[in-house]
Design a protein. Structure first.
Length: 120
């Protein structure tokens, strides 16, 4: 189950960074996009809209305003679901996802992982 962390950061205090580490600890395949290139626990952070294949879940770590340029990108990746972590909730994007039959939830990736509710 491949997860794209969108809004990834090398900064250890960032939740996106913690999510990458926890996803890896739970044996999930992780790819990442951020506003700066870098690496977190062997996961390369790309800059720009990389044409990843077979993305199951996109977990968002960017505010709604910064999500706007990624709308088409997210839809074109055709993930099974999108997780809106706290502070990333976006009714406009959720409406687009719904119209394209892509599941979404307002949740915290870290909590989902630690309570065995991430996989579905």
């Amino acid at each position: 189950m491949k997860t794209l962390v969108l809004g990834a950061s090398e900064k250890p205090e960032r939740y996106s960074n913690k999510a990458i580490k926890m996803l890896r600890r739970y044996q999930h395949e992780v790819v990442a996009i951020g506003n700066k290139v870098g690496t977190v626990e062997g996961v390369e952070i790309h800059k720009g809209m990389v044409d990843f294949k077979d993305i199951h879940t996109i977990t968002l770590y960017m505010n709604p305003k910064n999500q706007i340029p990624y709308y088409d990108y997210i839809l074109n990746l055709q993930p099974k679901r999108v997780i809106f972590n706290p502070g990333t909730e976006n009714l406009e994007l959720q409406s687009l996802l719904q119209r394209n039959n892509i599941a979404f939830e307002d949740a915290c990736t870290l909590v989902l992982l630690s309570t065995d509710q991430y996989e579905r």
